[in-house]
Design a protein around this ligand. Sequence first.
Ligand code: FES
Length: 575
Amino acid sequence: MAGRRPRRSSAWFGRGGKMGFIYRSWVKNRGVPHDQFDGRPVIGICNTYSELTPCNSHFRTLAEHVKAGVWEAGGFPLEFPVMSLGETLLRPTAMLYRNLASMDVEESIRGNPIDGVVLLMGCDKTTPALLMGAASVDLPTIGVSGGPMLSGWYKGERIGSGTHVWSLSEDLRAGRISEAEFHEAESCMHRSHGHCMTMGTASTMASMVEALGIGLPGNAAYPAVDARRNLLARAAGRRIVELVREGTTMSRILTREAFENAIRTCAAIGGSTNAVIHLIAIARRVGVALSLEDWDRLGRGVHTLVNLMPSGRYLMEDFCYAGGLPAVLRELGEAGKLHRDALTVNGRTIWENVKDAPCWNRDVIHPWAKPFKKNAGIAVLRGNLCPRGAIIKPSAASPQLMKHRGRAVVFENIEDLHRRIDDPRLAVDERSVMVLKNCGPKGYPGMAEVGNMPLPRKLLKKGVTDMVRISDARMSGTAYGTVVLHVAPEAAAGGPLALVRDGDPIELDVEARRLELLVPAEELERRRKAWQPPAPPLERGYWKLYYDHVLQADEGADLDFLVGKSGAFVPRDNH
Ligand code: FES
């Protein structure tokens, strides 16, 4: 029986002799009594607190609430830090370090006397990094998200993280607002603890945690400063102790059905395109072969129900008051779009958790029968420009551009884009297709969120608000536009994107899932022979490890040697 298995931590704290002394004595140095080593579940609290990650800056408090729950349930909590990834400050992009942080998490859990883990995560990359690392160890695990910030308000209107940064900076560039107004908006946008409060990547991933069943109901939407966020952390602390006693490991929760629920949920919330890469990477850690095709197949026919920025007008605080993710999951379940029997960490199925969930505001969470946007799953494109796929988020795109043919305006890299985008001599009009190369996993490196290229100033001044943009980059979950992302293989790996030249005709047809470079094959072959790969950005340290081993976007951009899991067993003792 799972409950009778000796605790993993007893291999440390239950030992006699010299090693038992060493394992216990140093922990006692802060006043831990001897009876804490009596075989009770030892719970690791994996904390991404950092002042360099503003979205997670309240995690010391959150950890204390988890600890209270662990004590109450008869466990022994031990908090530990791992590498934190602050989306706004970390250069060149936090995504470069997602896999490094996941290695930190994996080895910190496996190497220590831990029976179960609570993962504290919030800012974009902290969630996938922690889930990936923990999945490769596969102990009983609960995810606790830090919660979104309160809504931003400026001049009487909601302003959303990221989403309004793009529009405010375009207003500034076009001369519609002053520098002073721009700076005032900075203070009005982010006014409490928490992560971005649009349905950007952080909110999407917090929703994925709940939809996967690896977090408790309510995980996605309680604001960071809402007392219920602390209650949720405390409940997670209590529950993880039971999970250890039951022997319910992470892979019991993260099944194919759980991932399919998460993919459909992502469509229903109008979630970030970054979830595609992260969920594929997490799934591959637990041995679930999730593919781009799964995203296209499962997302088809799923409507967006949630009216949140960047696709809609409300923010996460409104989402919480309207009923939060349980209300969305109930709609999906009633529409036959949920694997109802998927187990969640509270010991109940996902359907048991949400079947009576109320909705208090139908303008924020629409019913399935009257969706906010129809058929809004992420579309996976194929064609000679993206043989291993590319994605587009139709709910953030302009309907009139979903089928479009235009001539390429090519930027060789991000510096080239910044240098020429506002040049009045740039040969571009609203029908052009903007192409950005060398911003993929290897090319940037780290696959930065630059796919939603700024529009040329001269077109902005004409009132143009959207254009077809194609790149091997990612896009911030808070951004919008007719933006084709994650082109694979990327330009720096020799993908066809590397061969596009100014003036080439490109055809996008989202309905037919096609993206074609309309250049004869012989000409492309000629260009391929002349193509030279760019030099690696750095020849030492983690950057080199990353560059040599990173997989393409369609495989989750994990490092090739991290795919899969090694379990919790440590082959060598430390004596
Ligand atoms: Fe941290 Fe957006 S910057 S979640």
